[in-house]
Design a protein around this ligand. Sequence first.
Ligand code: C2E
Ligand code: MG
Ligand code: MG
Ligand code: MG
Length: 291
Amino acid sequence: RAARSSGEKYKAYVPSMGQMFLRRFQLVTQFRQALESDQVSVHYQPKVALPSRAVLGVEALVRWVHPEFGRLDPDEFVPAVEAAGLVDALTDFVLDKALVKIRAWLDRGLRIGVAVNLSVRSLANQDFPDQVAAALERHGVPPELLTLELTESGVMADPARALPVLRGLHTLGVVLAVDDFGTGYSSLAYLRQLPVDEVKIDKSFVFGMGSDLGDLAVVRSIVELGHSLGLVVVAEGVEEDAARDQLAAMGCDVAQGYLISRPLSEERLEAWLQARTTKVRGLRDETVLTL
Ligand code: C2E
Ligand code: MG
Ligand code: MG
Ligand code: MG
């Protein structure tokens, strides 16, 4: 499909800079109102233990169905919202939904954790740990059921400011995860200095591990390093049986990806969980649902 040589004509719709700027401007100015309407919602993608496939928790992922542009890609609007200084409203929105969800499950005897993605902004906000503590308290949620995902680049942007915030969160007892690991520039050894519990291997390496020895080596070394630092290792982007089996064989702890499930609306997640519940264990057990 793509032009093979520079002589070939290749026509595709490419928005102009002006159009892109306008769209971004619209998204940013409409975001708050979208949050208050039903345009913005949270979907949940399951995470399962390897090799047992027990459901450990879900990742909360924001969704925005725009009246004019349709379904928007979070990789487009989240950075725009961040740049406009509006991301705290997004974080509060998703965190609140996540805590309501965890509490509702607990009330039904289910112990399912939820992971929420954080923006760099939250890591620069010295009051953030107190805000999270207050939210946990308000919703009656034990801290260990909440995971907060931060990206390597987010921490590295300003480690001196991020570190006290991370320590504060860690002290609360929430689970801290480094997302998209392997894509940034920080050395693996830097992980050792962060008060984190979990590392998520970026999906680009997981996609490639079946065909690219380099990707396979990266995945393997993150699993080994993560374990040597006492971290739980999660692989995202698990799309094929072969990848899941390979990950299980190398000792990777948790898998997340389209093979297990795409991100699901609340209703569809409930149905998904229901269909897979063969056994519901007591509240004190580590895992609750078994596939
Ligand atoms: P992320 O946190 O790394 O989330 C994982 C992304 O990978 C999600 O994309 C998910 O749908 C996708 N994914 C999971 N498994 C597979 C797979 O097997 N194959 C493929 N092709 N993709 C898979 P999504 O939902 O589009 O989100 C993109 C990014 O937007 C997230 O990456 C995160 O950085 C950001 N994001 C999403 N929701 C939020 C939010 O509530 N707050 C913040 N600050 N960022 C968010
Ligand atoms: Mg994430
Ligand atoms: Mg990721
Ligand atoms: Mg990402």
